[in-house]
Design a protein around this ligand. Structure first.
Ligand SMILES: Nc1ncnc2c1ncn2[C@@H]1O[C@H](COP(=O)(O)OP(=O)(O)O)[C@@H](O)[C@H]1O
Length: 184
């Protein structure tokens, strides 16, 4: 049973690696960013509420992402494991998740910290060119990452759940290192 949380700055390669690994393990890849983007595209109530936050590089309010994660982990395909990508993104969300996983008997999760230096992630994001990948919004997302998300490295380190992978290498090498650390 694999339950993994991917941590790391925007542009570290979380989405790509999480997707590859999830396919390999035949478990769902749950990306809060993807779910929000889909909701915005379809202009659902969730999408409409999230839009201004996502567009400016801010975090959407906890309640919105917490509800969507709770609902998603309740789906039948999540019973065989999952990879969470983009959640939790701050300590309050991590505390929420800890309680939720206990309540739904889905513990034993481990956390992969996929790290890469700022200049690398900025270059990758600019090359990607998503709507929220303008230089100004990227800068804001990195600030938010440092202030809100990076503290989760210690949070999960203290709980002995943390694994670290160097995101500053080729996609294939990251995949290889990732498979090694999760097998260990
Ligand atoms: N857990 C979350 N809490 C709050 N906002 C979130 C969360 N996950 C995603 N978002 C919103 O969606 C945006 C895009 O997320 P994501 O696709 O993970 O991008 P990246 O990792 O490239 O920054 C974030 O900048 C934020 O506005």
């Amino acid at each position: 049973m694999t339950r993994l949380i991917f941590l790391g700055p925007p542009g570290a390669g979380k989405g790509t690696q999480a997707q590859t690994l999830a396919e390999h393990l035949n478990i769902p890849h749950i990306s809060t960013g993807e779910i929000l983007r889909q909701a915005m595209k379809e202009q659902t109530p969730l999408g409409i509420k999230a839009q201004s936050y996502v567009d400016s590089g801010e975090l959407v309010p906890d309640q919105l992402v917490e509800d969507l994660v709770q609902e998603r982990l309740d789906q039948p395909d999540a019973k065989n494991g999952w990879i969470l990508d983009g959640f939790p993104r701050k300590v309050t969300q991590a505390a929420f998740l800890e309680k939720l996983l206990e309540a739904i008997h889905q513990g034993g999760e481990r956390v992969v910290n996929l790290d890469a230096p700022d200049e690398i992630v900025i270059a990758r994001l600019l090359a990607r060119g998503r709507k929220d990948d303008t230089e100004e919004v990227i800068r804001r997302r990195l600030e938010v990452y440092r202030a809100e998300t990076a503290p989760l490295i210690d949070y999960y380190g203290d709980r002995k759940k943390l694994l670290t992978v160097n995101g500053n290498q080729s996609q294939e090498d990251v995949t290889g290192e990732l498979q090694k650390v999760i097998a260990s």
